[in-house]
Design a protein around this ligand. Structure first.
Ligand code: FRU
Length: 424
């Protein structure tokens, strides 16, 4: 393992490694780490919009928070185009698959509210058209700051570039619903630096996004997790002994795995408000293992740091594989060392019979895991699919030491509050 003290001078920690040997332990379809089958007759939240990444309103400690009895979620959202000639195929049918696959390019932040923690009602867009500086409003985190209802929305402003930004507004409630006001001035926070985190110039497939701010339960300081790739020109990374780990004979060949360079980034705030940030070396790297560790987030439990991140089958490196789903790592202190949960890192993956049924899992401190439905097969061969773009059934999970267990399944999009704030 290269020490970050050698690499970066004064920095405090060395990145933990998710190794190829760890990933060799991944077992798809282990019932304790597999999401129950999602039925193809799922209900959709809306016929007007697709939703995917779901971001529950929460406080800086990670608790999912309702306001005046209203639960609030933010979602990445894009219009559905059932009548747009651009999405009508040669047989005159709506090509929903293409519409869905194009959604990232027009992603916008919307919010929804509910009295029951499910049955979400559409609130609308968080920012008016023209407020966000780039074409795409990608994932992040809405933080309820206080009982005045102030909300800091951290998110990623993408295309051109990828900048971690925040915008402040306020949540307002009535008997009838919830609205978001303000959210008019977007403040850029930071971008990849090319020294710790890969830039677009180093790799046009770079990832730098998905801010998740939090207060460290131990030192009380404000930090932020995000998704990145390890800095360096594409193809220049080394998959050495440390990245390979303790593999059996015959598993030393790493193929082209140097192209997979995901990491979980961390930054520390220099001020109490989180307007001024300093990037630190990655908490976790997956060089030679996987190219994406998206939407990293924590659950703080039993004095430990449970770090979760979502990843895909298609982003695994040569010679290793695993299902789409959420992976996890645990440490006794914020800067690690982190150990993969369940030996491999796999916490909740899709069943191999429905490999794309859900994605973008978010583990809440109460052990509930929300995700969205991507596509579910409608015939035995898996050639016919139904596109989701809606909330998946919530899964209940137990976290015990270095292991996790699927223990329950709840309703679609069930995201109950852990605490309620009465607004002044
Ligand atoms: C996860 C994700 C995020 C990104 C967004 C883009 O599903 O890839 O990492 O912010 O979706 O649509």
């Amino acid at each position: 393992m290269t020490s970050n003290t050698e690499k970066f001078g004064k920095t405090p920690h060395q990145s933990s490694l998710w190794t190829r040997a760890d990933a060799l332990k991944v077992r798809a379809d282990d019932p304790t780490t597999t999401q129950p089958l999602v039925s193809a007759d799922f209900p959709v939240l809306s016929n007007e919009v697709f939703i995917w990444d779901t971001m529950p309103l929460r406080d800086l400690d990670g608790n999912v928070t309702s306001v005046d009895g209203w639960s609030v979620i933010f979602t990445l959202t894009a219009d559905r185009h059932p009548n747009d000639p651009e999405y009508i195929d040669e047989n005159g049918n709506y090509d929903i698959t293409r519409d869905w696959n194009d959604r990232h390019g027009r992603a916008k932040m919307y919010y929804w509210f509910s009295r029951t923690g499910k049955d979400w009602k559409l609130g609308g867009r968080v920012m008016a058209e023209g407020v966000s500086p780039t074409a795409r409003e990608w994932a992040g985190t809405p933080i309820l700051l206080n009982d005045q209802g102030e909300v800091d929305l951290y998110y990623t402003a993408v295309t051109p570039g990828a900048t971690i930004v925040k915008v402040r507004g306020r949540v307002v409630t009535t008997e009838h619903g919830v609205s978001m006001v303000g959210f008019e001035k977007v403040k850029p926070l930071f971008e990849a630096d090319g020294k710790m985190y890969q830039t677009e110039a180093q790799n046009s497939f770079w990832g730098f996004r998905d801010p998740w701010p939090f207060r460290d339960p131990k030192d009380g300081k404000l930090y932020m997790l995000f998704e990145g790739n390890v800095a360096g020109e594409r193809g220049s990374h080394k998959v050495g002994e440390a990245e390979i780990g303790d593999v059996p004979p015959g598993y030393e060949n790493v193929g082209n795995s140097r192209f997979q360079t995901a990491c979980v980034g961390i930054a520390v705030a220099r001020d109490a408000d989180g307007d001024d940030w300093e990037m630190l070396p990655p908490l976790l790297t997956a060089v030679g293992v996987n190219d994406q560790t998206e939407r990293p987030h924590f659950v703080f439990q039993d004095g430990k740091y449970y770090l979760f991140t979502i990843s895909h089958t298609f982003t695994y490196a040569d010679g290793v594989t695993g299902p789409d789903g959420v992976y996890g790592f645990v440490a006794d202190s914020l800067f690690g060392p982190y150990v993969p949960l369940n030996g491999s890192g796999l916490v909740l993956g899709n069943p191999s019979s429905q490999p794309f049924q859900t994605y973008s899992h978010y583990v809440m401190p109460n052990g509930l895991v929300t995700s969205f439905i991507d596509s579910v097969p409608t015939d035995a061969t898996g050639t016919q699919i139904r596109i989701g773009g809606t909330e998946a059934p919530t899964v209940g999970m137990k976290i015990k030491g270095q292991q996790t267990f699927v223990v329950a399944e709840y309703d679609y999009g069930y995201i109950p509050p852990m605490l309620d704030v009465t607004l002044k």
